[in-house]
Design a protein around this ligand. Structure first.
Ligand SMILES: Nc1nc2c(c(=O)[nH]1)N[C@H]1C(S)=C(S)[C@@H](COP(=O)(O)O)O[C@H]1N2
Ligand SMILES: [Mo]
Length: 527
């Protein structure tokens, strides 16, 4: 009888120790949240460790994550980190039951890891970035030490001679108090954190985009096909794809925003304010943006109407000459407030195309997700070599001297967009009825333009699709193909030809190092 009682007590104490570990981890994260609201939201342990993980993830894994989880990739990563921390916290709780100090020391070690990650982030502002993790760890270590102590403490008025009693009431009270206090700290941190972004939100609400000096030509009515299921010619901002490494979307106050242009061959370095940009002559252009991580047939491509300042004009004012005119810098490195770096050929920016510092998207200031207040765009290049969001610095340098973020991770230094096409409708494994089925989609070859789109049914001949009117060479082009569908299984394949005469290759390659090639096919069963 006595044996059973003891082993049950052991079990209960073990469980409560594990719970203490969890509570300790929870308190640590909550206090870290509160302190990071005061320091910098990006300095929180989950964000810092997550950011470090993103940076260290091998390109193929990152690519897989983007493919598998899509725009939820960041959420999945953060949930993974929290789950891992939870498991470790449980283990530390159990450890603490035997070695009380070691358990608490373990919590401090994790705090140190979080602090190290935060301080070494590229956007870290100094040693203060380590504070949230350290403060959280100290809180967590204390919670664990106290709670485990309760499990060891004899009950105050324990009945004499009744074995190893411990203070249930005391533990319950302490655990509840820790839980409540941690929840309060976390909630306060959240509130303060959201307040922090308020000046940025207000600054965005106050922006009045001036009328562009050079408006975009109206989109030809014939550029939009009326086929159900085809991608809208202009992608709404809220459904425009998003790809970046930011675990916390930067909220930059446009009033405080400054951007520097400096570096090799810059005779007159410039520092620009947001107002400086708005007071210049603005251009408005339709530009299709594509991500290098877009698989054949994938979703990471969108077309928007952008307003911005021609970047080449700014560079000329700064005294920059392109390499073809003897300039010493062949690479322009854009840096964002979150420490991202993107490298663009200076030649491309200055060759007459509409490279811009964009301030507006689809008639509104940029959204925070898409780079408010200012982002770069260069028609014809994948986003990772051209489209820096939340930009704050432009440095002229050379490809030999500097490798930006993605190039350090084995992506190509230069990456013009490959000629591509996509079938939007019918969807894979659709079951259309026999008869005329509208096959339709989009094709793009930014800055070269689309010349022809062809469709093939099974192993039949390539047959020309009907092309919608071209808006500009920098935008995608819709196409459609009325297919006389016969019952049975069929494979539809599309290919585009750009205006340089290049036919989209059938040779499949991976997205790394410079964009996927190959043709998009859709398998359907006609009833
Ligand atoms: N600061 C910053 N800018 C960035 C990135 C990033 O991770 N951080 N990603 C780039 C990539 S890979 C692409 S494809 C485009 C995507 O822009 P969007 O999210 O507005 O569609 O932004 C580019 N600019
Ligand atoms: Mo990208």
């Amino acid at each position: 009888m006595g044996d059973v009682r003891i082993s049950r007590t052991t079990l209960v104490r073990g469980g409560l120790a594990a719970l203490s570990g969890l509570l300790s981890g929870y308190a640590a994260l909550a206090v870290a949240e509160l302190v990071s609201a005061a320091v910098r939201p990006e300095a929180g342990p989950v964000t810092a460790v997550g950011g470090a993980a993103v940076d260290r993830t091998p390109a193929p894994v990152k690519d897989w994550a983007i493919r598998t989880f899509g725009e939820n990739d960041k959420l999945v990563l953060q949930l993974g980190i929290v789950a891992t921390l939870g498991a470790l916290a449980l283990a530390l709780g159990v450890l603490a039951l035997r070695h009380r100090r070691a358990g608490s020391a373990g919590v401090l070690v994790f705090g140190a890891v979080g602090a190290a990650a935060a301080v070494s982030r590229p956007d870290a502002t100094g040693p203060a970035d380590g504070l949230p993790s350290l403060a959280g760890a100290v809180a967590g270590a204390i919670v664990l030490y106290v709670l485990i102590g309760m499990l060891d403490r004899p009950r105050p008025r324990a009945a004499e001679g009744r074995g190893s009693g411990w203070d249930r009431r005391g533990f319950l009270i302490a655990a509840t108090a820790a839980g409540v206090a941690a929840t309060g700290a976390g909630a306060l941190g959240r509130t303060l954190g959201s307040r922090r972004g308020r000046s940025a939100v207000a600054s965005r609400a106050a922006v009045r985009l001036p009328r562009p000096a050079s408006p975009a030509a109206p989109i030809p009515p014939g550029a939009r096909l009326r086929v159900p299921g085809i991608s809208a010619f202009t992608t709404p901002s809220d459904t425009f794809y998003r790809v970046d490494t930011a675990l916390v979307v930067p909220r930059v106050d446009a009033g405080a925003w400054r951007m520097r242009i400096h570096g090799k061959g810059v005779r007159r370095p410039l520092t620009l304010t947001f107002q400086d940009l708005l007071s210049r002559e603005l251009i408005e252009r339709d530009i299709t943006l594509t991500c290098v991580s877009n698989e054949v047939g994938g979703p990471y491509v969108g077309n928007a109407r952008w307003i911005g300042v021609p970047l080449a004009d700014l560079l000329r004012e700064a005294g920059v000459r392109p390499p073809s005119r003897g300039g010493p810098a062949d690479q322009l490195v854009a840096r964002s407030v979150d420490g991202m770096t993107l490298g663009t050929p200076v030649e491309d920016v200055m060759d007459g195309r509409d490279a811009m510092l964009a301030v507006g998207m689809n008639g509104e200031p940029l959204t925070f997700v898409h780079g408010f207040p200012v982002r770069m765009l260069v028609p014809g290049l994948y986003g990772y070599v051209s489209a820096c969001k939340w930009i704050e610095d432009i440095e002229l340098t050379t490809f030999d001297d500097y490798d930006p973020y993605w190039v350090k991770r084995k992506w190509a230094q230069k990456a013009p967009v490959k000629t591509q096409s996509r079938i939007d409708t019918p969807k894979p494994f659709a079951r259309p009825k026999a008869g005329t089925v509208m096959v339709a989609g989009v094709a793009w070859a930014q800055h070269r333009g689309i010349e022809r789109v062809e469709v093939r049914v099974d192993d039949g001949p390539w047959r020309p699709a009907d092309l919608a009117d071209q808006d500009t060479v920098d935008t995608w082009r819709q196409w459609s193909f009325p297919w006389k569908a016969t019952p049975g299984g069929h494979t539809l394949t599309v290919r585009a030809t750009d205006r340089t005469g290049t036919v989209q290759t059938g040779k499949r390659t991976h997205t790394a190092p410079d964009g996927a090639s190959g043709r998009h096919s859709v398998v359907v069963t006609v009833d």
